[in-house]
Write a protein that binds this ligand. Structure first.
Ligand code: 5AD
Ligand code: SF4
Length: 445
């Protein structure tokens, strides 16, 4: 038998791209490909791209340029661009970089094997449709490989919110929720393959409203409760959410649903009502803070995470200060912060832009405060007992590393632990990016 062909996938951007890359590898597995960790011995290279900020999109072109010598050496090598840059730029990619054989948008991954066949005939293949068939449905029934202890599971895709800075509604399309039965089947399948923790993914995951087995619309809270009943599944997370879609049921679930972890990523972007309005976020800073208070009433130890954009058009020093005040009030355990980046086709791209220096200086100040809180929250874990789901051996001999319920990385020096084990751990030290501790018992969540 001929050696299987090799596929190298490089993933940029969000966790949904990580999930999609796995699905692409499975789809190409059906066409005789196995994954390789290096582009050098690949027969096919896929870049799964991100278009959320300008830098992310530009990286794709510089990366593609680097494959020229590989293609010269191996003319049969097929190169594909997938993901949001593929969706946003389509044919333009092939014009700008003739090395590219295939351009496939996020809704068309199940058609990759046909596209590869076309590319083998020496033709260019482009598919950036939004087909009505469920790409995940066509992607299932692949060989059941063993999985690590944590997995992503896409439950919802696309967004109808149209924040003025964001390309997602254009690249990923309108909000679509997968039917609950399919999600539950996929979750059970993951658990059979060794998964203990599932992170539900969606660009607007808490707006989930998929068809339930009873024919009614299910909310995210309903779905979480149904997942909670799956034996062998120990932890549930979800990301990423819009504040306006945090309904009462979901807030309550944070206090009552045993497997739902005390960590919530809830982007706010700005603390200034004027800017929030110009961003089309449809809530005020005060409403956001009240919401977090309610979430903390339900689950007092919840660790909050957020996203921030600095230097949005018209942001004054006072607006920026309002964001700093909000940060001071919420105290995030994690946060992701970005300089505003103009995205062609979005409303804010048409507005007068701030100086790059102003953006950089604000980003620096904001990150300094966020790091301060992050550090303090991590350090406050010392002496506490947490539950750790172990994922892999650590860098040092005999070490295992996993995540606490709050998503902190935790190291222990302990023999006899395996990936997928859950243990109660007493935290003894807080390092630069992780905690270390001592196992005090098995189990936990
Ligand atoms: N510029 C900067 N950051 C952006 N984000 C989305 N669009 C832009 C943009 N044009 C950030 C937001 C969002 C996160 C995924 O990326 O903070 O929550
Ligand atoms: Fe983009 Fe999120 Fe706003 Fe949707 S809710 S437009 S994905 S930032």
């Amino acid at each position: 038998m001929a050696d299987p062909k090799k596929l190298f996938i490089k993933t940029y951007g969000c966790q949904m791209n990580v999930y999609d890359s796995e699905r692409m590898a499975e789809a190409m597995g059906g066409a005789g490909y196995v994954e390789t960790q290096s582009p050098d011995d690949a027969d096919m290279i896929l870049l799964n791209t991100c278009h959320i900020r300008e830098k992310a999109a530009e990286k794709v072109y510089s990366e593609l340029g680097r494959f020229r010598s590989l293609k010269d050496e191996k003319p049969d090598l097929k190169i594909g661009v997938a993901g949001c840059v593929a969706q946003a730029e389509g044919e333009e990619i092939m014009r700008r970089q003739p090395l590219v054989d295939m351009v496939v948008g996020p809704q068309s991954y199940h058609r990759l094997p046909q596209m590869e066949a076309k590319a083998r005939e020496g033709k260019k293949a482009l598919d950036t449709d939004f087909p009505l068939d469920d790409k995940f449905e066509t992607l299932k029934n692949r060989p059941k490989a063993k999985r690590g202890p944590t997995a992503f599971l896409t439950v919802q895709e696309g967004c109808d919110k149209f924040c003025a800075f964001c390309v997602v509604p254009y690249t990923r399309g309108a909000e679509v929720s997968r039917p609950a039965t399919r999600i539950l089947d996929e979750a059970r399948d993951l658990v059979e393959r060794g998964v203990r923790e599932i992170t539900l993914l969606g660009q607007n995951v808490n707006a989930y409203h998929g068809e339930g087995p009873d024919g009614n619309d299910w909310s995210l809270a309903r779905l979480v409760w149904a997942l909670n009943d799956i034996d062998g599944l120990e932890r549930i997370r979800f990301t990423t959410s819009h504040p306006n879609d945090m309904d009462d049921e979901l807030i309550a679930a944070h206090g009552t649903c045993e497997k739902l972890m005390p960590y919530l990523h809830l982007p706010v972007q700005s603390g200034s009502d004027r800017i929030l309005k110009r961003m089309n976020r449809k809530h005020t800073a005060e409403e956001y803070i009240r919401l977090i208070e309610r979430i903390r009433e339900a689950r007092p130890d919840i660790l909050m995470s957020g996203d921030f954009i600095v230097g949005f058009p018209e942001e004054t020093e006072a607006d920026f200060q309002a964001t700093m005040d909000l940060i001071e009030e919420v105290k995030y355990g994690y946060a992701f912060s970005f300089k505003y980046s103009t995205r062609p086709g979005t409303p804010a791209a048409e507005r007068a832009q701030l100086d790059e220096d102003v953006k950089s200086e604000r980003l620096y100040r904001l990150q300094e405060r966020i790091t301060h809180h992050q550090r303090a929250i991590q350090d406050a874990m010392v002496g506490r007992e947490v539950s750790v789901l172990f994922e892999k051996p650590g860098r040092l001999d005999g070490q295992m590393v996993g995540k606490s319920e709050y998503l902190h990385a935790v190291h222990v020096a302990e023999s006899g632990l395996n990936p997928g084990d859950l243990a109660r751990v007493r935290i003894i030290e807080s390092g630069s990016n992780s905690l270390s501790g001592q196992v005090i018992g098995q189990g936990g969540s």
